[in-house]
Design a protein around this ligand. Structure first.
Ligand SMILES: [Mg+2]
Length: 265
């Protein structure tokens, strides 16, 4: 009798264990399917730098900024050693003000920003700039890929970026990005760009699916800062050898070889 009762209890226990195991198995399968669906929904994001990567303004940005210091603060033209390449406009403007013995205050910064933005369209017309080789073809190829979204990661002020891109007919191509209005360092701009992409894509962008395209070591560094891969392109002020020293994931002399990027996306 005891044997029979024990056997029944054991069979019930076995069936309960089997049932719970079945439920757990189904739950695990559902979870894996949901994860797979979510992962397949994840977008690849390609961030572009502007100067030296998408376009060369022919020195229009630098001319507008140097002229803006003179016009906004009434100082004489002075040759100053302020690096521009790869840096944020906020950092460049701070250094330009200091070089002219002008205090970097919020008021002075905004005065310089507004003057620069007024001068920039005229400077773009005066200088001979151009969209860099392969850029339009790459942007068109990326637009055809459903799993790819394109944004900006630039040291330009947001409005300065729109002015430059608008002048060259590229303004509508980048729905989100990080800009150089509030940060002195490019790594912080990269964090802003990543946050903007996450917001635009409702969180469906993973750092390992991000590429940054830029022309300076600072572009490579800021990409690493957010866990992104980097395509360095030698169409700015740095040579292939200089960029190679910073070990980008892909290094091209110009973007006409964009197929090498597409096959990695
Ligand atoms: Mg650049």
């Amino acid at each position: 009798m005891y044997q029979i009762a024990f056997g029944i209890r054991r069979r019930k226990a076995d069936s309960w264990a089997g049932f719970l195991g079945y439920v757990a198995g189904q739950y695990q399968i559902a979870l894996q399917m949901a994860t797979a669906v979510q992962y397949s929904d994840m977008k690849t994001v390609v961030f572009f730098d502007i100067d030296g990567t998408l376009l060369r303004s022919g020195g229009a940005g630098k001319l507008a900024m140097m002229t803006a210091v003179q016009e906004a603060f009434g100082v004489a033209p002075t040759p100053v050693e302020v690096p521009f390449s790869g840096r944020t406009d906020r950092a460049i403007m701070r250094d330009l003000l200091h070089a002219h013995k002008i205090e970097f205050t919020s008021d002075n910064f905004h005065r310089l920003v507004e003057t620069y933005l007024q001068l920039l369209p005229e400077c773009l017309q005066r200088m001979t700039g151009r969209v860099l080789p392969g850029v339009l073809e790459l942007l068109q190829a990326l637009e055809r890929l459903d799993h790819v979204a394109v944004g900006l990661l630039t040291g330009n002020l947001r409005r300065g970026a729109q002015t430059k891109l608008g002048y060259f007919g590229l303004a509508e191509r980048f729905p989100f990005g990080g800009f150089g209005d509030v940060h002195f360092d490019r790594n912080s701009v990269a964090r802003d760009a990543l946050a903007a992409a996450q917001c635009f894509l409702n969180g469906s962008c993973a750092p390992e699916r991000i590429w940054v395209i830029g022309d300076t070591p600072l572009d490579i560094e800021c990409a690493r800062h957010i866990g992104a891969r980097v395509l360095a392109v030698a169409t700015g002020t740095h040579t292939l050898e200089q960029l190679a020293a910073h070990q980008p994931d892909l290094l091209l002399s110009d973007l006409r070889q964009y197929g090498l990027l597409l096959e990695r996306l």
